[in-house]
Write a protein that binds this ligand. Structure first.
Ligand code: FES
Ligand code: FES
Length: 161
């Protein structure tokens, strides 16, 4: 019989309690149970970054995290961070620099890029590449993606002056 675990997490700012199968991955819980399909499922073994989410402010792989591990934690998805306006600079830059083609990698790219914006606001182009190296783009739009992150960092730098 499936083992269910009572789990309470704060999901995009709202407290949620569910009985979750102990072996269910976070990405499947969010997509299948909570209807949050922004984060995607690609490789399912921690390589592609399509499933990138944030737990207590740190980016994680949703396909390598069990949903029950989020008990007592805050989980943010691309939907929540978009609604709050946190991703606005990056979203505008991605749009303007044509940094998405099919868009499959984009939610994960945005979360990884936002993590860099917060942790290293002066990041160089090489550091942007390094930080996004765990996120694959099957459309190979890497140049434009790095351009967009560079633009967003510059805009934010200008705003801070
Ligand atoms: S689906 Fe999680 S890293 Fe690829
Ligand atoms: S835009 Fe298609 S996978 Fe990146």
């Amino acid at each position: 019989m499936e083992h269910l675990v009572d789990t309470t997490l704060t999901l995009n700012g709202t407290e949620v309690t569910r009985r979750i199968p102990a072996r269910q991955h976070l990405i499947d819980f969010l997509r299948d149970e909570m209807g949050l399909t922004g984060a995607h499922v690609g490789c399912e073994h921690g390589v592609c970054g399509a499933c990138t989410l944030r737990i207590d402010g740190r980016i994680v792989r949703g396909c390598l995290t069990l949903a029950v591990q989020t008990n007592g934690k805050r989980v943010d998805t691309v939907e929540g961070l978009s609604d709050s306006g946190e991703l606005a600079l990056l979203q505008k830059a991605f749009h303007e620099r044509n940094a998405l083609q099919c868009g499959f990698c984009t939610p994960g790219m945005l979360l990884a890029a936002q993590d860099l914006m917060d942790s290293k606001p002066q990041a160089s182009r090489a550091e942007i590449r390094e930080h996004l190296s765990g996120n694959y783009c099957r459309c190979t739009g890497y140049q434009a993606i790095v351009d967009a992150v560079e633009t967003a960092l510059a805009v934010r730098g200008g705003q801070a002056k």
